[in-house]
Design a protein around this ligand. Sequence first.
Ligand SMILES: [Zn+2]
Length: 332
Amino acid sequence: MEKFRQDIVWQQEYQKQKAAFQKYVQKTASLKNPDCSNGPVILPVAIHYQGVDVSEANIGCLETLAANQIDILNEDYSATNTDISEWAAVADSFPNTVLGNPCIEFCLATYNHPTGTGIAEGDLAITYNEVTDTFFRADWAGYINLVVVKDYENLGLSFVAGDFSGTTTIINACAFGSDDVPSCLSDAGATTIGPGGGCFTDGIYNKGRTATHEVGHYLGLFHVFCDEVDNQPDCTCDDSVFEAPFNITDTPTSSEAHGGCPDLGPTTTSCGSQDLFMNFMDYVNDECMYMFTSDQSTVMNSWAQFNTFTTDLPVPCEQICPQRCLGVQITR
Ligand SMILES: [Zn+2]
C-alpha cells in the first residue's frame, strides 16, 4: 500500500471567499490567462517555526532551509522547475491540458515588519516558537504565512482560497524545504509521518513540494481528484474554488488520488480518462509532481491580484521586499 500524501483542507472560508471573488471577476475577466509580460505577481512571505531548537547554530540552519523553500516555491510558481521538462513525454496523454505558468513570485520579507514582532529592519520575516494559534497570525495579515510545525499530525493544512487576513498555511516540519540542504528539523531515524509526528526518511516528501501544494490551496485550487464537496472523490466536480470564467477546464476529471510515483495507464485512469497525477495538486511523491495547468495558473494569479498583490513593486512589496527577494540574502 503506497503512502498517500495526507493533508487537510480548511474550507470554512470557502463560500465567503468564492462569493467575493465571483463578484470581482465579473468586472475583470481580462485577468484570464496570467500575463507575465510585466513580471510576476509578488507575494510577501513570513515563516513561523514551531517546536524548533533556537540555538544560534540551528537558527542559521533554519534560515537556510527557509530560503531553500522559497526558492522551490519560486521555481514551481514560475514553471522554471527543472523537472517540468518531464511533461513533454506525457503531454500526448492529456489532449485538453495546457501546461501553465502561475507567474507568481514569493519573497521572504525583510523590511517593514508588522508592529510588535520585534524583528529588526533588514532581518528575515521568520519567527521561532511563538505561535499560539496555528491557524491565524493576525499580526501578519497581508502575508503568505507558512507555519512550520514539528511533530504535526498531518502533512499540511491550508484554507482554500485564503484571504490574507493572517490565516495560515501549515507545513509539517518533516516536509519543509528540500533534502538538498542540511536538515535542522528532521527527527533522525524516524521513518513515518502521522499521528504523533515523526519524519519520513524514505524520500517521499523531500523536495519542498508540500508547500507548493498547500499554497496552491491557499490560492484557490482544490485537488485534481475532485474531493471538495465531501472529501470523497467523484467525477462530478471542478477543481477550482471559483466558477466560470475561473473554473478549471484543462484538468481531466478524476476520482482517484494517487501516491508514490505511478505510471500512465489503467491504474491511473478514472472517469474515462488518464488522471493528471503529476500535477502539484495530486498526492504523488515530491519527485513525481512537477506542473500546474494554465487554468490552475489563472485561478491562482487572479486570486492574488484580487487580494491587491501586483506585478509592480510599490504596493505592497516595495516596502517589504525591496530586492523582490530574488536570491534571499542570509546574513547570519
Ligand atoms: Zn491538498
